[in-house]
Design a protein around this ligand. Structure first.
Ligand code: MN
Length: 206
């Protein structure tokens, strides 16, 4: 099997009380696993595509035959988005970024509070399922949202950080209160990893 479910970098209860254990178990062990399993199924007999990294597969989505392109977008995007999502969270995290990422956030969005408000706004206003993103696009930081599991890689953007606003990410604990989940989420954001992703993206290596 070319693609595999990455282990969580922490225990399923590590993000309590902000993200509950059962949500993490189902989200990682069932939802993310299903994206990986379905991606592998869709790419059966497609050795050239299956040997790419997930990022490369999405960046080069136009090369995927039309007959299987949408399932690759859905499940490949789902795999890439969730692999990123687990990585940019941690227990006892939160706070504010430092270094070049902090400087560029302030230069682009005025200040950290405005940046947070815009990420939240993009997530709240995404109708249905999707993601709110900070991406590097043409060398500049940009906030946007995407529908379903659409990945920024597909439009040549590098995902620096993204927050999952599918109901499966928050419904058990927050029910319909997506804004409350988005407020709580800042307490588990791992700025160290996000700063590393930003440095990689600027070097063209994300
Ligand atoms: Mn999800």
């Amino acid at each position: 099997m070319p693609f595999s479910l990455p282990n969580l970098p922490y225990a399923t209860n590590a993000l309590e009380p902000f993200i509950d254990t059962m949500t993490m178990e189902i989200h990682h062990g069932r939802h993310h696993k299903a994206y990986v399993d379905n991606l592998n199924k869709v790419l059966e007999g497609q050795a050239a595509l299956a040997s790419k990294s997930i990022e490369q597969l999405l960046r080069e989505i136009a090369q995927v035959p039309e007959a299987i392109r949408q399932p690759v977008i859905n499940n490949g995007g789902g795999h890439a988005n969730h692999a990123m999502f687990w990585e940019i969270m941690a227990g006892g995290a939160g706070g504010e970024p430092s270094g070049p990422l902090a400087d560029d956030i302030k230069a682009t969005f005025t200040d950290f509070a405005t940046f947070k408000a815009q990420i939240k706004d993009a997530g709240v206003k995404r109708f249905g399922s999707g993601w709110s993103w900070l991406v590097l696009a043409d060398g500049k930081l940009k906030i946007l949202s995407s529908a379903n599991q659409d990945s920024p890689y597909m439009s040549g953007q590098a995902p620096i950080m993204g927050v999952d606003v599918w109901e499966h990410a928050y419904y058990l604990k927050y029910q319909n209160k997506r804004p409350d989940y988005l407020d709580a989420w800042w307490s588990v954001v791992n700025w160290k990893v996000i700063a590393e992703r930003y440095a990689k993206a600027k070097a063209g290596k994300l």
